[in-house]
Design a protein around this ligand. Structure first.
Ligand code: GLC
Ligand code: CA
Length: 540
């Protein structure tokens, strides 16, 4: 068997031992559990459900933003970074959550939003009120182009332009998202100092780390040049399609972002706290820079989260990245911004099986994989009537793009509103049937919930799966990946034909099969069914 090798380097993560072999879980705060019957998820609701996450076996719980916010982007528009939005609870509730999580042996990661603030943040209000104030330079105000229009052609993710005119001063300000989310000026040392203090505020309260929103957007090219358009834009294109019709060479992923990451690591390291980037960067070598020595501990690799089913492409992306950076990656196919993988991959049992097959592969790639609430149930997209949509991508544009489908309430049981709340939830959706609830799956040993739980557990019991040197064995098929790490062997057959591999001996046992049977181990030949990942170890 020809092996391409990449030495593993488990000493990464800045020496934060607790990240080694860990599995993360994303909680979308608005939609996890409502404790006080107002239809909105809250901090005490999450605290009350930590036992479930402990039972599931995850190690790290990431909470989406719960700070003071007018909520134009559901909390990703922060009006005060050290105050808790009263719809989600109080600072005391947050302290209680951290304490309870730590009692259970869980780590807690919050979400920081440094690329932009809310337009209601005191800094932005001051910047508008007094253009000569220091806060003016916290943001990116620029004079209009000679024709009076926006300073350049940059689009916003949420459409159309990244520039909004401040009529009082005649200048435009930059926002890569909504006009209510003005971008900060990360070239200003005062902004850097503000965020050091925000990190310390939360680290001092015991949080174990941060997920960094839009980490690839912080610095913009100092000259703000136009960016090249790389695709024609259809007249009916949604804002995201419009955004990705440009090559973001001056507004995203600037080389000097790494300086900021290094500075933050100096703040986080004394607390043994982790920093995890949300980076939309697709190129493997560019992404690896986010976790270069001294920079961040981990970065999400988001691309598989927006890909439709394409076996060979999945393997190229996942295995290709793992070969150049295995320990610093947080693997995900699901989060609060993307359609549910079970739906994206074809729906029904087929979509669910494909999602688990990819996940089982990700669990063998090192780093820290994350699940998104409900993913462990194989949940398909939620069903929402067009008039009940909330995501600004949908409500502010004529488009079917929109993220509400993955933000419907967690389905705990078959009580009204699936046990999420005693009243109509903030996001109105069709109730899930028993088979797609935690209670229903808990009672059914064959349900996805138990398979995900088993996968999490076996990763703990077999550290070779994330620690040993990663070798990619040539399978001869672009839709099959064979990965050897120490004593473990992972065969991900994402193709539609079964795959036989000869292991040369019968001394193997199947630790995990994402679906189907155990193969024929007697002769050392393992048959892996179509769209199935099998993890093997030597027989005891
Ligand atoms: C990130 C978040 C997304 C949010 C955006 C702007 O991509 O995950 O939900 O809308 O940043 O903050
Ligand atoms: Ca509530």
């Amino acid at each position: 068997m020809a092996a391409l090798t990449k030495p593993g380097s488990p000493g990464q993560h800045g020496g934060k031992k607790w990240l080694d072999g860990a599995v993360g879980y994303e909680v979308y705060v608005r939609s996890f559990a409502d404790s006080n019957g107002d239809g909105i998820g809250d901090i005490p609701g999450i605290t009350g459900r930590l036992d479930y996450l402990k039972w599931l076996g995850v190690d790290i719980v990431w909470l989406t933003p719960f700070y003071k916010s007018p909520g134009h982007d559901h909390g990703y528009d922060v009006a005060s970074y050290s105050e808790v939005n009263p719809i989600h609870g109080t600072l005391e509730d947050v302290d209680d959550l951290i304490e309870r999580a730590h009692q259970l042996g869980l780590r807690v990661v919050f979400d920081i939003v440094p690329n932009h603030t809310s337009s209601e943040h005191r800094w932005f209000q001051q910047a508008l009120a007094d253009p000569s104030s220091p806060e003016r330079d916290y943001y990116l105000f620029r004079d209009p182009a000679p024709d009076g229009g926006p300073p350049n052609n940059w689009p916003s993710h949420f459409g159309p332009s990244a520039w909004t005119l401040d009529e009082a001063s005649g200048q435009y300000y930059c926002h890569l998202f909504l006009p209510e989310q003005p971008d900060l000026n990360w070239r200003n040392p005062a902004v850097r100092a503000e965020f050091d203090a925000i990190y310390r505020f939360w680290f001092d309260r015991g949080v174990d780390g941060f997920r960094i929103d839009v980490a690839h957007g912080l610095l913009k090219h100092p000259d703000f040049p136009d960016i090249p358009q790389i695709k024609p834009i259809a007249a009916d294109a949604g804002p995201m399609e419009n955004f990705f019709s440009f090559d973001h060479i001056y507004d995203l992923d600037q080389d000097d972002n790494v300086e900021i990451f290094t500075r933050w690591q100096d703040v986080a390291a004394p607390y043994d706290a982790c920093l995890l980037a949300e980076s939309g960067v697709e190129a493997h070598d560019r992404l690896a820079r986010y976790v270069q020595p001294g920079a961040l501990d981990l970065t999400f690799f988001l691309k598989p989260g927006w890909m439709a089913w394409d076996p060979a492409k999945f393997l190229r992306e996942l295995v290709g990245l793992a070969e150049i950076e295995s320990h610093g990656i947080s693997w995900v196919i699901s989060n609060h911004d993307q359609a549910r993988p079970a739906s994206r991959f074809g729906g029904g049992p087929e979509g669910r099986n494909r999602a688990l097959a990819v996940t089982a592969l990700m669990f063998s790639l090192g780093g820290v994989p994350f699940l998104y609430q409900g993913e462990e149930l194989g949940s398909p997209n939620g069903e929402i009537a067009p008039e009940d949509r909330h995501d600004p991508i949908s409500t502010r544009n004529e488009t079917d793009e929109g993220r509400d489908v993955c933000r419907t309430p967690m389905a705990w049981n078959t009580d009204p509103f699936n046990g999420f709340s005693s009243v109509e939830p903030w996001l109105k959706a069709a109730d899930r049937p028993l088979d797609f609830t935690v209670a229903g799956q808990h009672a059914n040993a064959a349900a996805p919930l138990h398979r995900y739980r088993r996968l999490i557990a076996l990763r703990k019991h077999h550290p070779d799966l994330w620690r040993a040197e990663l070798k990619v064995i040539d399978s001869g098929r672009p839709d099959v990946a064979v990965i050897q790490r120490g004593t473990s062997l992972t065969v991900a057959n994402l193709g539609s034909q079964s795959f036989a591999i000869n292991l040369g001996s019968g001394q193997w046992q199947v630790l995990f099969a994402s679906q189907g049977g155990d193969g024929d181990l007697a002769s050392g030949i393992v048959n892996v069914s179509a769209e199935t990942t099998v993890i093997l170890v030597p027989a005891a």
